[in-house]
Design a protein around this ligand. Sequence first.
Ligand code: ADP
Ligand code: MG
Length: 476
Amino acid sequence: MRTNLSIDTQRWPEVWQAAYRILEGELLSEQLRVWIQHLELLSTENLGDRVMIRLGAMNNFTAQWIRDKYRNQLENAFTQVLGYRAEVQVMTKESQSVVTHEYEPPVERPGGGTRAGEQNLHEKVREIPHVQESSGAAPNKIDPRYRFNNFVVGSSNQFAHASAVAVAENPAQQYNPLFLYSPPGLGKTHLLYAIGNHILAKNPDVRVAYLSAEGFVNELIDSLQHKKMPQFRAKYRESYDVLLIDDIQFIAGKKSSEEEFFHTFNALHSNRRQIVVSSDRPPKEIDGLEERIRTRFEWGLISDISPPEIETRIAILKAKAEQDDIYLPDDVSTFLASCIRNNVRELEGVLTRLKLQVSLTGAEISLEMAKQELKMTAPEENTQFAVESIMNAVAKHYQLKIQDLKSISRARTVALPRQIAMYLIRKYTGMGFVEIGQLFGGKDHSTILHGVRKIEKEVETEDSIRQAVEKIQNLL
Ligand code: ADP
Ligand code: MG
């Protein structure tokens, strides 16, 4: 008997809790609280002999840190809980905005082998720069959960919403292409899906494709490698009536992707197919985007979404709570909406975590609980904790006191460890040189820059330094 190597949404809380309990035995409560607790499930994928679990962290820095420090422990914990091998990827929540689950059971192979083809593809994609977290073959499914009727309209998104509705009502008539742009987390992907869902609801025969620009690029690379360009071209230029492309800024500066996209665009447009594009900024601000593509984006309608005003934020929270059947008191929604201003995804994230707490403890959501939750997610806290861990680890390795690291002593016994600490803080927190200077008793930024560069070089050239750095990293 083979197990079904997938985790559905229903089972996830249970799996996560069990894994968390294992981690509790291995990590400090502080580490769990700062790094692990806020991880969210983005997707799981059946890789034949193992399952890939993609987890979302708050930001790049957190994701990097967790990858470096806790990935093994996460993998072991999931493997124990599931009873088959789990591989973990950690990325920012932004990198994959929609949860997709693969329920497909593994293919039985003679001799119980794995799906070699799939694995190879996976490994190949990973080797290509900028494409580590491949979403696999584009286009993706249109997520049925995102619709016009659960998109809350306010003055910040009114125009974008109206243009999306117009396009969904009459594809390829008035506005082609439709170009939607906004900072992350304000509903672009939601509107793209809503357009797709609306068109399909009216006529299931319309061939609608949703894909991320990243998916387009990955598929293009794959088609180039496998000499499948004719199929690739035919697919995108001929087989869709509506093409929804998300996060187009991703293709900027990628020559062959821009070239292909340009011809795809022309083919679709001249055949009166609807094109909808989203981006994190307006066409003229996309650095490195080919002029001829930019002009085409300007042929149609350009709509932007700005951060919602407080009333809309409250309305969104209430709508989500209702949809998820959560009781959310008014004082809590007002409090959350006044704290989180610029990103609806973050707003939802807090609600999800509150919901989890409710299901774990059975308590009702309260203002106190919400305050506690927000306090824990402050990103500064991660940075501060990272700095402390690094200082501690360096001091411990060299048997010094933290004060020694921060002192002005120029003795080599202290100077080298201090530079290693600067280097690691830079590497893991991405803090600026001036800021790092503050940590070391107000040192000048050029001193920090010099120290960081020196260790960067010595890690490459001197065994003793590399080994020391590795040992210290293991203490983190
Ligand atoms: P973007 O693509 O702009 O980064 P998304 O479309 O992924 O943002 O939106 C992030 C989350 O916020 C999604 O879960 C989406 O449903 C939700 N969201 C954003 N704006 C609204 C809105 N006006 N009404 C309801 N939900 C919204
Ligand atoms: Mg998006």
